[in-house]
Design a protein around this ligand. Sequence first.
Ligand SMILES: [Mn+2]
Length: 220
Amino acid sequence: MGGRLLAIGDIHGCSVALEALLEAIEPGKEDTVVTLGDYIDRGPDSRGVIDRLIALAGQTKLVPLQGNHEQMMLDVLQGRTTLATWTPHGGLATLNSFGFSGDRNFLTAEQQAFFDSLLDYFETDTHFFVHANYDPQLPLNEQSIEMLRWRSLRDSIPEPHISGRVAVVGHTANPEGGIFDLGHLIGIDTYCYGGGLLTAMEVGTGRFWQASQDGQVAVA
Ligand SMILES: [Mn+2]
């Protein structure tokens, strides 16, 4: 695989921070960008984030994972559950950004195709990427969705995975904007929507970019 391998943490509607991050990183055709899920809810511009990710897929090799917030939205839009199961978790912000007026078929065909393309995990020779958590004893294709998409690191911090690969995860927000690095497990949800930062990590070098919703970017 040529190019850089990058991971981006939970965006949650923070389109300004996402744009600032992408301008700093300038991902190109040879690069691979893994987005860890939770693109929508809570922050101000879920639709803008989805449309920017769709555009990003034409600019670089995008590997988008599904977060629990995408699942909550899809469960509502596809009639598996009620709106009330989603709205307390930031869904109103998403509905507002899409101009929701009562019709659940508000996604464009392109946006629907993006949601249909979301993956449960991604792995390379050295790392694997999931939204939330993992069972250290199970191969990735045998992990439960509850574990991959919902289980907080506050409930269980896993031992190193049997594959020996390093896990890169989002989902469990660090309000201080700091990266959570145990060596075998790196957490990059840095709470952008709540006043923290949006983090991108270059896997090969350990280089980090962090952007805030006022468009400022820091590189470490
Ligand atoms: Mn999440």
